[in-house]
Design a protein around this ligand. Structure first.
Ligand SMILES: Cc1ncc(C[n+]2csc(CCOP(=O)(O)OP(=O)(O)O)c2C)c(N)n1
Ligand SMILES: [Mg+2]
Length: 562
């Protein structure tokens, strides 16, 4: 008879079985993921139990940390910020229905920014999906909603599928145009177990072959160009050395506005933003667009038959989207530009440095109109280290930063791209700072945008994330208010704000906080903040109305056919 005191022998193959949650977590680790940004709930309890065990799991060389936030948008924006700051895939997990929808604006932004963010979303019980019975967090056609938000999505229906689907999702996020992906899993599937399958680390996807005909055509056109212009977007962040070399070889200015900033060092006189970029677009005979939609050029400044456009893009559909290019090169910008550099004929072009310096100074004199914004940006630039990360917002200082904050190193200027969604900044910056603890990150916000995710100060305190935020407080949705003043006869509506005392608000979370009333005080406060590496800081800057930047952003056409 068996001794009742003796521990029960585990089931013969228990050690060789894994739940869907464990298989998913194992696959994430095998793909080099080290953090899951998360907000838990009953649908995902088995997944979180697997995450608990993975906190100390060193078998694959690293553990998997779980960073929990105070709202699902915070988890998703943190994953986005981490992806933007590192260029590597990042993961968040939330409950279905409201959890998914709470994270949806961040997912939308990740899509617009081609950021590899993998969302693990819970689901109601597998057999109940689609029946409308009213289960907790049920939402009609969750898979259909998700499929409209991202290019790759799937449901884990069985534990044996989990590792393979994670691998497929990660591969999809990095193949062609990068972007977010979603995996759903039902409440009763996460905990179901199946014989463990070996989790094999992914094999790298072979790059698409470079089209040599297109390289020859592009090289010929660029070699013959009298006024070449390079335009870079987010897709050029990994090709900074090649863009810099091409700019030198061709004596070509490099235009960037939001996502392509810092591909070419902002101290280089060939590094240009919008107002000068538009002038150069008007004069160019060849434009080389690298990892950019060329949105402002095509939709604002115009094109005509005198302008040949060469496109380098990861997305095979992108180059033809607006107009047929003279040459289209599909794939990762870095090897393509390297090949293009090799294909260019040797020979030195006359230097345009003096011309560029002079033109930069002229444009800068026009931009001096934005003096209040410039004063604060100069204080920031003086204190933020060269490789510090600046996270933009939809606010007056942010608009000005896009035009004139010099940034130096790839992935140090994070701007939300065409979504330009108010409130993305603080939580995105928190993710960037969490993923890059080695450099200071700085979030800037207006008083309007900050309160969208300011609850995540609690996350920064809880996880000791040393992010600094500067809140420029004008007591208004200032951008909206100025438009109402100027274009709608001062009929102000829905644009004034009642605010907390931001310093006391941040302090009540346990964050450091102070007020700075001018650029000098801001500089001193930033110096103190960047030294602090064990928790967050808020600096409130009370400001008045600021001059409009829009004449430098929305500018009329400069070329023939639109
Ligand atoms: C998600 C989202 N909602 C609304 C807007 C519209 N919007 C653009 S700027 C702005 C006001 C921003 O106010 P604040 O953050 O205080 O910055 P300020 O203009 O005052 O510097 C609003 C409401 C937006 N861009 N994104
Ligand atoms: Mg404001």
């Amino acid at each position: 008879m068996a001794n009742p005191k003796q521990p029960k022998k585990p089931h013969a193959d228990a050690a060789s079985r894994m739940t869907a949650g464990e298989a998913t977590v194992g696959a994430l680790i095998a793909h080099g993921i080290d953090t899951v940004y998360a907000l838990p709930g009953v649908h995902n309890d088995h997944l979180f139990d697997a995450l608990f065990k993975a906190q100390n799991f060193k078998a694959q060389g690293h553990a998997l940390r779980t960073i929990h936030t105070r709202h699902e948008q915070g988890a998703a924006y943190m994953a986005l910020g981490a992806a933007l700051a590192t260029g590597k895939p990042q993961v968040y997990t939330v409950v279905p229905g409201p959890g998914l929808l709470n994270s949806a604006a961040a997912l939308l932004t990740a899509y617009g920014m081609n950021a590899p963010v993998l969302a693990l979303i819970g689901q109601i019980a597998q057999s109940a999906i689609g029946r409308g019975l009213g289960h907790l967090h049920e939402i009609r056609d969750q898979a259909g909603i998700i499929s409209r938000l991202v290019d790759y999505s799937a449901r884990i229906r069985d534990p044996a599928e989990a590792a393979g689907l994670v691998a497929e999702a990660v591969r999809a996020m990095g193949t062609g145009r990068p972007g977010p992906a979603v995996l759903e899993c039902a409440i009763d599937v996460w905990g179901r177990s199946a014989p463990a399958t070996a989790i094999v680390p992914p094999s790298p996807v072979p790059p698409p072959p470079i089209d040599e005909d297109a390289i020859r055509e592009a090289a010929k056109r660029l070699a013959a160009a009298k006024r070449p212009l390079i335009v870079v977007g987010g897709g050029a962040q990994g090709a900074s050395a090649e863009v810099t070399e091409l700019s030198r070889l061709l004596q070509a200015p490099v235009l960037a506005y939001r996502r392509g900033r810092c591909v070419l060092d902002g101290r280089d006189p060939f590094s240009v933003t919008l107002p000068l970029g538009r002038e150069l677009w008007g004069e160019a005979d060849v434009v080389l667009g690298v990892g950019t939609r060329l949105f402002y050029g095509f939709t604002h400044w115009g094109i005509d038959n005198e302008l040949a456009v060469i496109r380098v893009d990861a997305d095979p559909d992108e180059p033809e989207r607006f107009a047929r290019p003279a040459a289209g090169l599909i794939g990762d910008a870095k090897p393509i530009l390297r090949r293009l550099i090799e294909a260019l004929p040797a020979g030195k072009r006359p230097s345009r440095r003096a011309e560029m310096e002079e033109r930069q100074a002229k444009v800068r004199a026009r931009l001096d109109k934005l003096a209040p914004q410039i004063g604060f940006l100069e204080a920031i630039r003086a204190e933020l280290p060269e490789d510090g990360i600046f996270v933009d917002e939809v606010t007056q200082i942010g608009f000005a930063a896009r035009l004139l904050l010099p940034v130096y190193k790839p992935r140090t200027f994070l701007s939300p791209g065409y979504q330009d969604n108010l409130g993305w900044g603080y939580a995105t910056a928190l993710g960037a700072q969490h993923a890059r603890p080695d450099v200071p990150a700085l979030s800037i916000s207006g008083d309007g945008g900050f309160l969208f995710t300011s609850n995540e100060i609690a996350t920064a305190v809880r996880h000791r994330i040393p992010l600094t935020v500067v809140v420029f407080n004008d007591g208004a949705f200032g951008n909206v208010r100025r438009i109402q003043e100027e274009a709608y006869g001062n009929r102000l509506i829905a644009s004034d704000l009642a605010n907390p005392d931001f310093v006391r608000y941040a302090q009540s979370f346990g964050a450091e906080a102070e007020r700075a009333r001018n650029p000098q005080e801001l500089r001193a406060a930033l110096k103190r903040a960047f030294k602090r590496r064990d928790g967050p800081t808020l600096i409130e800057v009370p400001v008045g109305p600021m001059p409009s930047p829009w004449e430098f952003i929305h500018m009329p056409p400069v070329r023939g056919l639109r």
